[in-house]
Design a protein around this ligand. Structure first.
Ligand SMILES: NC(=O)c1ccc[n+]([C@@H]2O[C@H](COP(=O)([O-])OP(=O)(O)OC[C@H]3O[C@@H](n4cnc5c(N)ncnc54)[C@H](O)[C@@H]3O)[C@@H](O)[C@H]2O)c1
Ligand SMILES: O=C(O)CC[C@@H](O)C(=O)O
Length: 391
């Protein structure tokens, strides 16, 4: 039976499903067949020989060496959309906190809690904590994926004007967006037009530092920046200067670090975006479901390094799961080895993503160790798994 190592606390709603299916849990990461992870940084950790999969209970995978895993035939999963509602709600909360001095007002009440005259004094003090409304403001949403699209829709419902920027948006995702969202193709246009700018893109080499000194200089004077995506998207030194001189009025971020924690006019949270019971359960259930489908059936859904393959549940025969380079001739050589061993191919799916490819073959007959070894020796093949139905 498969052994799972949890790198972080994962909701028991998910892990119970593994335990019920007979999976074992191990504290020894190097002895596990698969890892479940949230935000633990895996870049510096050695990937054990036997590791088959890493499932991220969350959206971002910048804490995982995705390409190194692909080279080793280790499938990396994430859970798209599973925590989007939680993040959306906190982003809207962050915007409202930037509009109204709720934090200052609550601190004032706390500081004056022993004063018997507090009710009277509050009526005088409150003018210090006034604000403005979100309705009618223009908000720029950068990245219109699971979270950005929900944020954009919620803002429309609150009466804001919304501009969206996402050069990689799929046609289906674009159709699903509220038609009142103005789609812009030039990031600078969004930056110069909006009172609020909110970031919802993954941290990749392309997006790192996208809110640069130049981008900040293009923002409207007194604009508010929200970052619930990743800290590395923002040039924090340039932002600190813009907050100091008032060019940017407020920075609301989910990423506390020595720079952000000391910024003037910043509201800095300790990575709370996905910290709701609902989001943690959703992510754990999705991560565990995908992991089981891969380990038990060889199917791959929502992987960030291998394409989608679905042959349904494995009920009889066996499956050969092959990870290989996406080059000519591999499938022919694999089919030859299978045919030479007397196995009959019942079903097969092959999918490539860039330089990496995955082929899942269902066969009748028993797959001997010699067949697995012959397949593993073929040129360009990285890993071969033989999956048998659960007895
Ligand atoms: N604060 C938190 O707790 C928390 C929780 C979940 C996700 N996140 C972060 O938010 C990010 C987004 O999450 P999601 O679930 O919406 O992911 P998603 O993959 O559904 O959406 C990301 C969107 O960004 C777009 N994009 C990529 N590069 C872009 C670019 N250069 N310019 C504009 N758009 C670009 C993509 O096309 C996609 O539509 C995650 O990668 C993660 O880093 C943070
Ligand atoms: O697990 C968390 O708490 C945060 C997850 C979040 O950053 C994500 O990328 O989904």
């Amino acid at each position: 039976m498969y052994r799972i190592h949890c790198m972080n606390n994962i909701s028991t709603v998910g892990t119970d499903r593994l335990a019920e299916a007979g999976y074992a849990f191990t504290d020894d990461a190097s002895a596990a067949d698969a890892w479940l992870v949230r935000s633990a940084n895996l870049h510096e950790i050695e990937l054990p020989e036997g590791l088959l999969a890493v499932a991220r209970a969350g959206a971002g995978v910048n804490n995982i060496p995705v390409e190194r895993c692909a080279e080793r035939g280790i499938v990396v999963f994430n859970t798209p959309g599973a925590n989007a509602n939680a993040v959306k709600e906190l982003v809207i909360c962050g915007m409202l906190l930037a509009c109204r001095d709720v934090i200052g007002g609550a601190e004032w009440v706390h500081a004056n809690s022993d004063d018997p005259e507090i009710a009277k004094k509050a009526e005088k003090a409150k003018k210090r904590f006034g604000g403005f409304e979100l309705a009618g403001r223009r908000v720029g949403v950068i990245g219109l994926g699971a979270i950005g699209s929900e944020v954009a829709d919620a803002l429309i419902a609150l009466g804001a004007e919304v501009m969206g920027y996402d050069p990689y948006l799929s046609i289906n995702a674009a159709w699903a967006l509220d038609r009142r969202i103005e789609h812009v193709t030039d990031l600078n246009q969004l930056l110069s037009a909006c009172d609020f700018v909110t970031l919802h893109v993954p941290a990749t080499p392309d997006t790192r530092g996208m809110i640069s000194a130049d981008a900040i200089s293009r923002m409207r004077p007194g604009a508010v920046l929200l970052n619930f995506a990743r800290d590395v998207l923002v040039d924090e030194q340039a932002l600190a200067e813009a907050l100091d001189d008032g060019k940017v009025a407020r920075y609301v971020t989910d990423f506390a670090n020595p720079a952000s924690a000391n910024m003037k006019n910043a509201i800095v949270l300790p990575h709370l975006g996905a910290s709701t019971g609902e989001a943690e359960d959703n992510c754990a259930v999705m991560a565990v479901g995908q992991l089981r489908d891969y380990l038990e059936n060889g199917n791959i859904a929502n992987s960030v390094n291998y394409g989608r393959v679905d042959l349904g549940p494995l009920v009889q025969g066996a499956r050969l799961a092959l990870f290989h380079q996406n080059v000519q001739g591999v499938i022919g050589r694999v089919s030859q080895v299978v045919a030479d061993s007397g196995l009959n191919i019942e079903n097969m799916s092959n999918v490539s993503r860039g330089a990496d490819a995955y082929t899942l073959i269902e066969v009748t007959g028993e797959v001997g160790e010699d067949v697995q070894a012959s397949l593993a020796e073929l040129p360009d093949v990285r890993r071969v798994r033989v999956i048998c139905p659960a007895s």
